[in-house]
Design a protein around this ligand. Structure first.
Ligand SMILES: [Fe+2]
Ligand SMILES: [Fe+2]
Length: 311
């Protein structure tokens, strides 16, 4: 999902240097240890997932709030919820793959020395998440959807490129967290779905804390050291906003509409046509804001974007 650009070779930590760990990170490491679990034993995987109930909260469906939603009957809404859940979990698989690749490239770079210890926990947790999201998609949907990458390979320096990668990861994690928290507390969705969402939400709260910390650290360094800060800031603001809009767009999946046959139920000639209508429906803006506002506000408070009203 994230595109990495070529970077200069970095200086790595000398074998004897060890890592300085901030108290906040030490706390995160302790919580990660205390809450660790065997992912391969964590869930009871049913033979099949019931299609008698929605697979997410109704107000998480991408038709919700529009007049089209009212034209779907219960069975059609359940079909949509199933394939949108497969889409959502597929997005996680791709996002995690890229986050893992990125983190592996940064282990023991001098720049991230103080984070190295925590990054091992991050990596191990994301590996577990990728396993359960992929298993769910394959066992109950028979596939993992493909996805489009966000273009961040035009970064003007290696550090700006890192800022984009950590920002993409954070924006995605908070986006996922909103969904996970709601579905993880919904007693009417099938148990395996509730449990996956619940577990992921618990683990991700630590990643979000870490992401906010490291982004602030990188952003401040760029601001302090860049001789062309004004131009750099404009570039950063534009890219951060583009990342948000990219993720909003990914919620609307033509593949999910096609598998659920939602476009046929609503009289559209193709799934991409329905996708464009829903993506641009004015009623949907309020839901985009609901999902992404908190994170946009974080970037506004940081100074990376001038206002969080662009969603
Ligand atoms: Fe995750
Ligand atoms: Fe994460």
């Amino acid at each position: 999902m994230f595109v990495l650009s070529a970077r200069p070779i970095r200086q790595t930590m000398a074998p004897s240097s060890g890592g300085t760990t901030m108290p906040a990170l030490e706390k995160l490491i302790k919580i990660s240890k205390d809450r660790s679990y065997d992912v391969y034993e964590r869930f009871l995987w049913p033979e099949r997932v019931s299609e008698d109930a929605l697979w997410c909260d109704e107000n998480l469906l991408t038709t919700y709030g529009t007049p089209l939603h009212d034209r779907l009957d219960e069975r059609q809404r359940i079909a949509l919820s199933k394939w949108e859940a497969i889409n959502f979990f597929s997005l996680n698989v791709h996002g995690i793959k890229d986050a893992i690749a990125f983190v592996c490239n940064r282990f023991y770079d001098r720049r991230y020395e103080k984070y190295s210890e925590y990054l091992h926990f991050f990596l191990s947790e994301e590996n577990a998440h990728m396993w359960f999201f992929a298993k769910f998609c394959l066992d109950y949907g028979g596939k993992i959807y493909r996805t489009l990458s966000v273009k961040t390979d035009d970064a003007s320096s290696a550090l700006v490129s890192d800022l984009y990668m950590f920002s993409s990861t954070l924006i995605f994690e908070e986006f996922v967290g909103f969904y996970n928290q709601k579905v993880g507390n919904n007693d009417s969705v099938p148990e395996i779905i509730r449990e996956i969402n619940r577990q992921h939400y618990i683990d991700e709260s630590r990643h979000v804390q870490f992401g906010r910390e490291v982004i602030k650290d990188i952003y401040e360094e760029i601001r302090r050291t860049d001789p062309n800060w004004e131009g750099r800031h404009a570039e950063i603001e534009k890219t951060i906003k583009r990342i948000f809009l990219h993720f909003i767009g990914l919620m609307y999946s033509p593949s999910a509409y096609a598998d659920a046959e939602t476009h046929k139920s609503l009289g559209f000639s193709s799934a991409p046509e329905l996708r464009n209508v829903l993506r641009n429906a004015p009623e949907r803006s309020a839901y985009h804001a609901l999902w992404f506002k908190k994170t946009a506000k974080y970037f506004e408070n940081l100074g990376a974007v001038s206002s969080s009203d662009f969603l």
